[in-house]
Design a protein around this ligand. Structure first.
Ligand code: ADP
Ligand code: MG
Length: 366
């Protein structure tokens, strides 16, 4: 039986000015085996992903480790080329560009990595690290203006501009991530791809860094692709959210729709596992426990990839891949890829204050 190939875009093309449009993105990594190192299979890291990023918005991408989030981020940065599919950035086909057009494009999309401990060179000063993008794009700032430009960036991310000659080890984890962010915005990009930018930080520090990112977004008109496995952080910062499972988007919608009215069993299970600090709420909540491990992306299940772990799975799920279908009720935006999608209020009794990260911490300083 053939699988349905409904590759509808996760978002609707109407509404908002689109800055990135990804269409049917696929990235398969060859698996080499045997003494001859022949290709014996492929890891299907990203397997048909389509979405749009609107100007000024934050698109959250969530899913368990290994579902393809970082690969997707690298494809958007063109750190790797896809096996197939296209990314249009501001109207330009990203993978068709070369030379000066590609250089210009690279200025406009920057990345912030997860681990501020390993992504900063310990032997370089903060000034050198933050100014690195100016080495690659020397026309961005004249050489004589560099020090001032770097100090302005440090100030912008809440670091002391006087500390320009210090080394990464002289800063705390949160401050190091601020350094990473300063480097990310040095060229005044249009889009920042943030791959688990706060996952390595303490919860209280996470909130401060997320706050900073929101302020910078307003000030600089940035659009964010915010990748994380922490659902509460993603909820706080995102306008729309894509839930990934084994290389595919299984549910997509506005933050409210995804968190208040999830319709895909996988999203429902993920949300039911969000830790809740309040024991009275914890007791009332229904936890959905998924059985079995995530299958290998080298050999994903037929039909719906989630069927091997889904309590709703029927014969149809084993044979026919569900497309991303509109579930919106009224004007909201909401799509999910499930033959038996239905709203389940897993989080009905969870209020913003119940989130693992205290809402208080998210308020910008007065
Ligand atoms: P996530 O960021 O969601 O944890 P990744 O995008 O890092 O997921 O990985 C998705 C899948 O692709 C994983 O199975 C991972 O092992 C595999 N993968 C990622 N990068 C490579 C690579 N360069 N070569 C081979 N396999 C890779
Ligand atoms: Mg990752």
């Amino acid at each position: 039986m053939s699988t349905a190939t409904t590759t509808t875009s996760a978002s609707r093309s109407t509404g908002g000015d689109v800055i990135i449009e990804a269409k049917d993105l696929v990235k398969h990594y060859p698996i080499k085996g045997g003494v001859l190192r022949r290709t014996v299979g492929h890891v299907k890291a990203v397997d048909g992903v389509s979405f749009e990023l609107r100007r000024g918005e934050t698109l959250g991408i969530v899913g368990e480790s290994g579902c393809g989030k970082s690969t997707l981020g690298r494809l958007l940065m063109r750190l790797e080329d896809p096996t197939s599919g296209t990314v249009t950035f501001d109207g330009l086909e990203m993978y068709d560009q070369s030379g000066s057009a590609m250089r210009k494009l690279r200025r406009d999309i920057q990345i912030v990595f997860q681990d501020p401990y390993t992504s900063l060179n310990p032997r370089k000063t903060v000034g050198d690290i933050v100014g690195e993008p100016f080495d690659i794009h020397p026309d961005a700032v004249p050489k004589r203006g560099r020090r001032a430009a770097v100090q302005e960036l440090l100030d912008l991310v809440g670091l002391n501009p006087e500390h320009i000659n210090r080394y990464p080890h002289q800063f705390s984890g949160g401050q190091r991530q601020r350094i990473g962010i300063a480097r990310g915005i040095a060229l005044r990009p249009k889009v920042l791809v943030c791959d688990e930018p706060v996952s390595a930080l303490d919860v209280s520090v996470q909130a401060q860094v997320v706050n900073l990112m929101e302020e910078l977004q307003d000030q600089l008109g940035l659009s964010y692709v915010f990748i994380a496995h922490d659902l509460s952080v993603v909820r706080h910062i995102s306008d729309r959210v894509a839930v990934m499972y084994l290389g595919k988007i299984v549910e997509f919608g506005t933050e409210d729709e995804i968190y208040e009215r999830p319709t895909h069993p996988y999203t429902q299970a993920l949300l039911s596992a969000v830790p809740v600090p309040d024991p009275t709420v914890r007791g009332k909540r229904e936890q959905i426990v998924l059985h079995g491990d995530v299958p290998s992306p080298a050999n994903p299940p037929t039909g719906c990839r989630f069927h091997t772990r889904c309590w709703k799975a029927q014969e149809e799920c084993r044979t026919t891949e569900p497309g991303l279908v509109d579930r919106a009720d009224g004007t909201a935006e909401h799509r999910s890829a499930c033959h038996f999608a239905s709203v389940r209020e897993v989080l009905a009794d969870i209020q913003p204050g119940d989130r693992p990260v205290d809402e208080q911490d998210f308020r910008p300083p007065a």
